[in-house]
Design a binder for this molecule. Structure first.
Ligand SMILES: [Zn+2]
Length: 280
């Protein structure tokens, strides 16, 4: 992970190699990490999730232990295969999370702290997640208010912002916007109230339906007969990864463009989701 990389990308890259893996070794060289590790060892826990919250990188371990780091200007996380030579000196190492295959090494990270779910929730420095779309008492009004705070931003980027609403990933981002006939590059302040309501409603509905489906794969488009989970997942979606293919509604070729932090892929139908005026 090169320096200057965004915290968002760092979280994705770390999540890719660490999530679901058991920590085989943990080292720390920055107070107060070692003393906490003595009392509640990280080794043996599973990495459940890596996420970014603002400028903070948040690593969730099993049994309620959370490591939070801030890179400031100097810090960075590197990922190495076990046995691979580090590109920084050992003296710059502040923390190592090792699994069977990888070592994630924090170099020169100036701030690092352990939390529990409860202390993290109480912290005033670490940003909170937005309302959970799958939460039992999903606060639609709150999600709407948070969404509208990002008026100048493109809707597809805002949907991925977990502080606005938690739970929506890159696949559903495109699917939800197609379902509501909203172009992914529209700015939030150009959306009508009905469009905003549609987006929130669909986001929740897609997630709920698919949470029940378990590992059957994500489904938004059910016009075709449902097939087994071995089938091409693209056959069950409206636009995601269907670049160049015919829109299931109108036959126009689906488009894809990279968008926002991390250059995430956005898919849309140029006919069903009219372009914002400034792009024409
Ligand atoms: Zn279309």
């Amino acid at each position: 992970m090169p320096e200057g990389d965004t915290i968002y990308r760092a979280a994705r890259a770390l999540g890719h190699v660490l999530e679901g893996k058991v920590v085989t070794r943990f080292e720390a060289a920055l107070a107060p990490l070692p003393s906490v590790d003595d009392g509640t060892p990280v080794e043996g826990r599973t990495v459940e999730k890596v996420e970014s919250r603002g400028k903070w990188l948040v690593i969730h371990f099993s049994d309620d232990l959370i490591l939070v780091t801030h890179m400031r200007m100097s810090g960075s996380w590197h990922i190495y295969r076990v046995g691979e030579r580090w590109r920084r000196s050992r003296g710059e190492m502040r923390a190592v999370i090792a699994t069977t295959d990888y070592e994630a090494v924090a170099f020169n990270v100036p701030v690092a702290k352990f939390y529990t779910a409860r202390t993290l929730e109480r912290s005033s420095t670490i940003p909170k997640l937005g309302p959970d779309l799958l939460g039992a008492e999903f606060a639609s009004d709150e999600a709407k208010a948070r969404l509208l705070e990002h008026g100048d931003e493109e809707i597809a980027n805002v949907l991925l912002n977990q502080r606005v609403m938690a739970g929506l990933g890159n696949v559903y981002k495109s699917e939800v916007l197609f379902a509501c006939s909203v172009h992914p590059f529209r700015r939030v302040n150009t959306l009508t109230g009905a469009e905003v309501d549609c987006i929130l409603e669909r986001a929740r509905r897609f997630l709920e339906a698919n949470a029940k489906d378990g590992d059957a794969g994500m489904v938004t488009y059910t016009g075709l007969r449902r097939t087994t989970r071995a089938a091409d997942p693209g056959a069950r979606l409206w636009v995601y990864r269907r670049q160049g293919k015919e829109c299931r509604r109108c036959g126009t070729a689906i488009r894809m463009r990279r968008q926002g932090p991390g250059a995430r892929s956005s898919y849309w139908c140029p006919e069903c989701q009219p372009e914002p005026v400034e792009m024409r």
